[in-house]
Design a protein. Sequence first.
Length: 260
Amino acid sequence: MNIILCIKQVPDTTDIKWTENNTIQREGLESVVNPYDVYALESALDLKSRYEDINISALTMGPSQAEKALRKVIALGADKGILLCDKKFAGADTYATAKTIAAAIKSKLQDYDLILCGQFAVDGDTAQTGPGIATFLDIPQVTYVKEIVEYTRGYVTVIRETDEGLEKIRVKLPAVICILKGEFETTRPTINGIIRAQKSKILKYGIDDIPLCPVETGLKGSPTYVSRAFRALKRDVNCKFIGDVKELVQVINSVRGKHE
Ligand code: FAD
């Protein structure tokens, strides 16, 4: 089974800086692998420990420094890394990100069975990229997956979380599965893994390698934009007042006065 593990580098800081387009300034920031993508890697490694011939290719679209994230997941057990990197990809919203990743998979990595994503990226947090990739590739998707319980020829059975409880689903491959935190031991890099990661050749693809025009990618290919970014104000907590009607009217008026 060939697994494509989509990973995203996220800033390792709460001190986010913004570009003039109201997007996160990522160049030069200390970054980590999105935690949900590490959970997705752990699911892939769990499959690798139970079944034969499982190959994990980690893929990311990002600036050249995202190569570091690929080497981190190779040190943790992924087999190889693929970087989609081009100035034309910069400034992508979730639509353009999913479209670019899907186009790269369709043209360069056709021999895949399963695409694993994290359920969310902790910076953008839209949870749209995985479903977007599935839509552009026209393949099934399962979100909020806690566990991949079984892989039998051509199908995986997964357990997903819903508002009502847990749901067991059998899905035909190829498919996209978006992973929530599982019940795995935290994966740590091994010495061999670190050496392998240092020696690994990262495959790189740019705009000339995929069947998309520059206007379909990056900022130009993004139908949405961030008009304003701000920290949400915390609302007052709910309070219960006990008293007679006159006192309560005074309390209500004073609270109202604060908000007018
Ligand atoms: P989610 O959809 O929450 O991520 C879910 C999963 O998808 C991840 O766990 C991972 O498995 C996979 N994934 C997500 N991103 C990638 C990736 N790049 N490579 C591989 N796998 C991935 N960012 C900029 O840097 N510049 C911009 O100009 C910009 N404009 C934006 C405008 C809008 C309106 C929005 C909503 C976002 C914008 N972003 C921009 C953020 C950027 O689009 C997102 O980071 C990216 O599309 C992923 O979305 P997300 O962070 O919400 O990830």
